[in-house]
Each structure stands twice: as C-alpha cells, then as structure tokens.
Design a protein around this ligand. Structure first.
Ligand code: FNR
Length: 188
C-alpha cells in the first residue's frame, strides 16, 4: 500500500496570477508523500479538430496523451466561466479522449476542485465537468465536494491558507483521493 501514485493535475486557467493554479499548487503541497501530483500544461494544445486525427496527430496532442495515459489518477482544478468550465480545460479533455477507443481517461480515478472569487465556488463548472467525466468512465471522488469560494483571499503573503477550515477541506480532499485511487484504479 505504500507505492507512490502519480497524479496529473489539470488547471483550467492560463492566467499568470491564476487563483486556480495557486489552489492546485497548495493541494500538491498538502498531498501525502505517497501521492505525487504534477501540473500538466494544457495551454499549448491545438484546439481539437477531428480532421487532424491521423497516424501523425499534432505533436502537442501526442505528448499530452503520452503524459496522461500512465498516470494513476487525475485532479481537475477549474475556475468557472459563464457557469461552465473554461474552454481550455474542455479542449484538453477532448484531446485526451480521442482517437475513439483510445481515451487516456478511461477508468482513471478523478477528483474535481472548483473555485471562484464569488460565493458559489464554481459549482456550475464543477458539475458540468463531472458530467463529462462520467461519460469518460472515470470513477470520480464523491466526497468531499470542493467548491471553494473567495479564491482571491485564500492565502496570506506567505502563501499559507488564511482559513484553517479551507485548509482542512483541501487536506481531506487529497488524502481521500489517494485512498480513492487505490480502491478504484484498474490493475496495470
Ligand atoms: C468569469 N468569472 C466567473 N466567476 C464565477 O464565479 N462564475 C462565472 O460564471 C464566471 N464567469 C466568468 C467568465 C469569464 C469569461 C471570466 C474571464 C471570468 C470570474 C472568475 O471566477 C475569475 O476571473 C477567476 O479569477 C478566474 O480564475 P483564475 O484565472 O483566477 O484561476
């Protein structure tokens, strides 16, 4: 039970000062030593176009698929754009899901954290994302749900959580996710 699990982290914002990325980095720091989490860049992936699906797809698609495929789990950290998930994150999900029958997501345990400076914490994006992950046959962590509001005020100047309750929720999310991956992952 002590083997290290590798988790890819997808961040649904390209903004330099993104709150979502900061939150993802905080989750990475809180993760148990046996959960190695790494952000996989998605900003340079060409927009999904089925016409480009061939024996030689765009190199960034290939590199992304090769990076995600062997991972034991995937954590999706997303802001909310117009009550939905941002296009850049949906694009990465679409790229990983093809070619048909070769999805890198299939069977891979997943967790979602959404956030927003507003009160609702990206609830709409969280559940829209969940809908796609169900279709992609990813066992998704049910609890704790993580809709983090006030994302612009989460950290102090040292980068520590201001609110211990939020820190506890984030710790619970990563520790439960590790147990979830061990319980649901398919044998390699
Ligand atoms: C937003 N924002 C936003 N916030 C929210 O709670 N619900 C929403 O539906 C939207 N819609 C929305 C659309 C677009 C196009 C933008 C640019 C922004 C605000 C959003 O939560 C805020 O900009 C966050 O700071 C974005 O996350 P990052 O970039 O800080 O990670």
């Amino acid at each position: 039970m002590s083997d290290t699990l590798n988790v890819v982290v997808l961040v649904g914002s390209l903004r330099k000062e993104s709150y979502t990325r900061r939150l993802a980095q905080a989750l990475i720091k809180l993760a148990p030593a046996t959960l190695k989490m790494e952000i996989v860049p998605i900003g340079e992936l060409p927009l999904y176009n089925q016409d480009l699906e061939s024996d030689a797809p765009p190199p960034p698609w290939r590199a992304f698929r090769d990076r995600v495929r062997p991972a034991d789990g995937a954590l999706f950290a997303t802001p909310e754009y117009n009550r939905a998930l941002p296009a850049v994150l949906k694009n990465a999900i679409d790229v990983g899901s093809r070619p048909y029958g070769k999805s890198v997501w299939s069977g891979k345990p997943a967790a979602i954290v959404s956030n927003s400076p507003g009160m609702i914490g990206g609830f709409g994006a969280n559940h829209q994302l969940r809908q796609s992950l169900v279709f992609l046959d990813m066992p998704i962590l049910q609890q704790p749900e993580a809709y983090i509001g006030g994302s612009d005020k989460l950290f102090d100047e040292r980068g520590e959580f201001v609110n211990p309750t939020t820190r506890d929720l984030c710790t619970r999310l990563v520790t439960t996710f590790e147990a979830w991956i061990r319980a649901t992952r398919k044998p390699k």
